[in-house]
Design a protein. Structure first.
Length: 185
C-alpha cells in the first residue's frame, strides 16, 4: 500500500489515509486497487501532519485480506519540520498473518517535542480494480476500470461510512459545509 495519511492529535488523534494497493499471490498473480483507512485513538504528543506512507503486508494474498479493523501501534521522531515514523498494524479480526508494517516520512506542524507515540483503532476498506499475470497487465486493467478516476469518490464513500459508524448519523456534506461557512462568517 502506498498513500497519503492526514493525522491530527493532542492526547486523542484522528487519522485518515487513502492510496493505491498492490498485491501478489504465491502464484505470481497481481491485484491493484484503492484503499482507505480511518480511525482514532491515543496520541502522546501534540501535532498535525500529512504523511506519505508505504505499508508492507508480506503474508496477505489478495487485496481483500486487508479489509477490517486493525490496532495500529507506532511512533515518530521529528527534526525541525520533518518527521519519520513507523507503525505495526495488527488485525483485530481475521488472520494475524495479515498484519502489516508501515513506514512514513512527512512534513509536520507540531510542538517542540521530538517524539510522539500512538495507539489507534482503524478500519480499512479496499476496492479491487485490476488483476493480471503481470504488474503492467493489472495496472492497465485498473486504470481502464477507473482506479484513478474513482479514487476520490472511493475515499468519500469510506469517510461517510466511517462517520456514520462512529456518530450513528448520516454525513450530510451540504449541512457540514454550511456549518463551517456560518462559523467562518
Amino acid at each position: 500500500m502506498a498513500g497519503v495519511t492526514v493525522t491530527a492529535g493532542a492526547g486523542t488523534a484522528l487519522s485518515y489515509e487513502v492510496g493505491i494497493i498492490l498485491s501478489v499471490d504465491k502464484q505470481g498473480n497481481y491485484q491493484i486497487g484503492s484503499y482507505q483507512i480511518s480511525g482514532g485513538g491515543f496520541f502522546a504528543g501534540l501535532g498535525a501532519g500529512a504523511v506519505a506512507s508505504i505499508s508492507l503486508a508480506p503474508y496477505a494474498q489478495k487485496i481483500a485480506d486487508m479489509n477490517g479493523t486493525t490496532e495500529t501501534l507506532g511512533g515518530s521522531y521529528s527534526k525541525a519540520f520533518f518527521t519519520a515514523g513507523a507503525d505495526v498494524n495488527i488485525p483485530l479480526g481475521g488472520s494475524i498473518w495479515n498484519s502489516y508494517i508501515s513506514f512514513n516520512i512527512d512534513v509536520t506542524v507540531k510542538t517542540s517535542l521530538p517524539i510522539e507515540v500512538h495507539a489507534l483503532t482503524t478500519t480499512t476498506t479496499t476496492q479491487l480494480y485490476g488483476e493480471g499475470k503481470s504488474r503492467s497487465e493489472a495496472w492497465n486493467k485498473a486504470v481502464k476500470n477507473g482506479l484513478l478516476k474513482n479514487l476520490p469518490s472511493d475515499a468519500i464513500k469510506h469517510f461517510k461510512r466511517a462517520y456514520m459508524e462512529h456518530f450513528k448519523d448520516d454525513f450530510n456534506l451540504d449541512y457540514h459545509s454550511r456549518m463551517v461557512y456560518d462559523v467562518v462568517i
